[in-house]
Design a protein around this ligand. Structure first.
Ligand SMILES: Cc1cc2nc3c(=O)[nH]c(=O)nc-3n(C[C@H](O)[C@H](O)[C@H](O)COP(=O)(O)OP(=O)(O)OC[C@H]3O[C@@H](n4cnc5c(N)ncnc54)[C@H](O)[C@@H]3O)c2cc1C
Length: 409
């Protein structure tokens, strides 16, 4: 990352924001508020389509109440202007029409991201590039990052900026299965399983099939819900094996002025389904037991491997809902560590902040400790926004201070 030979930059900007999902949008909005009024932000994404929520999860029920999406969509001045100036109905006005205390299909959240993206891309201080970034190199001489921008059309540019923010998102984790298994089920992508319309066409309906589902989080429970619906509506020969480490599911609990397990507990429709269908004897004796067989994998890695080895060969397909892994960051060394309190990257050994390099979003969330002492990663539109409002003034201060110094030089 430290450059032996300086590369020529075709352009200099105040900041480069990488990624145009919920986090990248929030970062651009905050930068416009915090940076010098003559600053320019370069915003890079290959699609500018609202990130993963819009690309993959439109059909998924939210785990957040509609009012929190509205709070996010109006959280900074630039967003408010977009909401006012975009002809109605638009993605934000449609959100405002929803019942504020209820959850909603993520389609609504996705449409608000598209409205914000369109508005920000027309902002006079934002330059957008349909591209991916790679190979950042720090120049001490200019106190800037020199970033390679690979445009979708094949052109390569180099751009310099003192501030770079990665909001590059994460992808469902797929873990290796025990090698000793006689036959392995086909991997069914979590993103497909979360989308009922895709799932319906992906799974054959002319023969008995068994789908394994690993996990007990929000995503896993949504997949179970989708599979049960499929069995009822179109796939009468479908059965499900549900591999879970948890006998007792974890729910978010509203404590009045705080929420226990706010980030890891089930909420909304998935919590309702779990309470109604999966708890206690219902999973083994209720009507759902004709569709879902629970396989408990508690007791440590050896027991888990034994359960997989015995039960997975009966599955034709397997959905792994076991978490999300950061997307690759081309050119960023593995030795860098992300500081979940400040949003900065750190040099691992020295534990010094890397100058001008920051992260946000599902790949780089804030770490929070709730009042009961539980440590969680804080993931969600409004959580990204609140974290950024807390940490970004410090990110930008160094740059604004140096601009002010320039004026007096
Ligand atoms: C199933 C599911 C349901 C969720 N439900 C909710 C909910 O109800 N409410 C809520 O608030 N949150 C929810 N979330 C959490 C969170 O809001 C989303 O995960 C959100 O999509 C995260 O936004 P992001 O910007 O961090 O990442 P993403 O949306 O993944 O966006 C990352 C962007 O970075 C771009 N990118 C990646 N690499 C590069 C590169 N090298 N160069 C340029 N661009 C790059 C990608 O093209 C993409 O556009 C949910 C998450 C999941 C997985």
């Amino acid at each position: 990352m430290h450059n032996p030979r300086p590369r020529l930059a075709s352009e200099q900007v105040s900041a480069i924001v990488v990624g145009a999902g919920a986090a990248g949008i929030a970062v651009v909005g905050n930068l416009l508020e915090l940076l010098h009024p003559d600053s320019v932000v370069l915003w890079v994404d290959p699609n500018f389509q609202g990130g993963r929520i819009s690309a993959s999860y439109r059909e998924v029920p939210s785990n957040t109440r509609a009012k929190l999406f509205v709070e996010y969509a109006l959280a900074v001045e630039a967003f408010k202007e977009i909401a006012e100036k975009t002809p109605k109905p638009n993605g934000i006005s449609a959100l405002q029409e929803l019942e504020p205390e209820e959850t909603c299909p993520l389609e609504h959240a996705a449409n608000s991201l598209l409205t914000l993206t369109s508005g920000l891309s027309k902002h006079p201080r934002v330059r957008i590039s349909y591209a991916t970034v790679a190979d950042p190199q720090w120049s001490s001489a200019s106190s800037s990052w020199n970033m390679r921008i690979d445009e979708n059309g094949g052109t390569v540019n180099y751009v310099e900026a003192p501030i770079v923010v990665y909001c590059t998102g994460s992808t469902p984790t797929v873990s290796p299965l025990p090698a000793a298994m006689l036959s392995q089920p086909m991997n069914l992508d979590l993103d497909i399983a979360l989308r009922p319309t895709n799932l319906r066409v992906q799974l054959p309906r002319n023969r008995p099939i068994c789908v394994g589902v690993i996990g007990a989080s929000h995503s896993a429970i949504l997949v179970l819900m989708n599979l049960v619906q499929l069995r009822v509506n179109s796939h009468p020969d479908l059965s499900v094996r549900w591999f879970t480490r948890r006998k007792n599911l974890r729910y978010a609990v509203d404590k009045g002025d705080w929420i226990l397990f706010d980030n890891t507990g089930l909420k909304g429709i998935s919590a309702q389904f779990a309470r109604d269908q999966l708890e206690g004897d219902k999973i083994s004796e209720g009507p759902i037991s004709e569709i879902i067989t629970q396989v408990l994998c508690a007791g440590g890695p050896d027991k888990e491997i034994a359960a997989y080895t015995q039960e997975l060969p009966a599955c034709d397909y397997l959905v792994q809902a076991v978490g999300y892994t950061r997307n690759p960051l081309p050119g960023i060394h593995d030795s860098l560590r992300f500081n979940h309190e400040t949003g900065r990257f750190m040099e691992n050994m020295a534990n010094n902040p890397v100058p001008g390099l920051f992260g946000a979003g599902i790949a780089f969330p804030e770490r929070v400790v709730d009042r009961a002492g539980n440590v969680e990663m804080s993931v969600g539109f409004i959580k990204f926004m609140r974290f950024l409002k807390r940490v970004m003034p410090a990110w930008v201060k160094e740059y604004n201070d140096s601009k002010a110094d320039d004026l007096y030089d």
